[in-house]
Write a protein of this length. Sequence first.
Length: 271
Amino acid sequence: MIPYCNLHTHTTYCDGKSSPREIVQAALSQGLSTLGFSGHSYTAFDPSYCMSKESTGAYIAEIRSLQAEFQGRLNICLGVEQDYFAESAEYDYDFTIGAVHYVKKDGRYWDVDESAEKICSTVKQCYRGDFYAYARDYYSLVADLPRRTGCQIVAHLDLLTKFNEKSPFFNEEDPRYLQAAFPAIAAICGTGAFFEVNTGAISRGYRSLPYPSVPLLKEIRRQDGKIILGSDSHHADTLTFAFTEALDLVRSCGFRNLMVRTSLGFEEMPI
Ligand SMILES: [Zn+2]
Ligand SMILES: [Zn+2]
């Protein structure tokens, strides 16, 4: 049996809706063996969604205390979701999830996942309406995530497609798009970092399938990349949202193994 594990979890320390203790209780009742917390790292230019510098210390203290309290019942890990442009983490976390939430153009940071309207105006203003040029900039940052953040896990590989299902901007099977994404997959495979199969946009109603898309998953498989499930949960109720469906999907893309976190560290398990 696959140990039930989720490392991508947000709390009220950043933009989540549940406290760490509520999430621990949910993890126990849902039968998780490992629960990782991954608060958004402090991002000076956009404090709206992340932990503050002050609250990061309180977050670390509370998760470490829960870790000790629940030892033997639940493997709790302290992590961070480190944005590409965030200040570098000053703490030695148990794991790091690297993520690109912005592109930088003309000296400014432009949100990748705030709203369909905002992306359209970014692409119009910065890329003369060329979504493929935007995708090239986005994936060049993604490719560099392991070096920049030291992450073991690359979050939501194709976050730039968050609104593409409901308000299509571009064709995700167009060679111009795939030629932007595939080199990033190759670069990440070369570092040994894992690709997160992220169900967060399904639980929040933006997408019907996880990140990454099927063509990208198949390329990850072809390049022998490793995958890990993550719910990107912002509420205690969504800790393992759509994990069963995500497992079926990755099996249909040819994957036979999955990374999980146990008390021994990261391990590869057959699925
Ligand atoms: Zn994220
Ligand atoms: Zn997240």
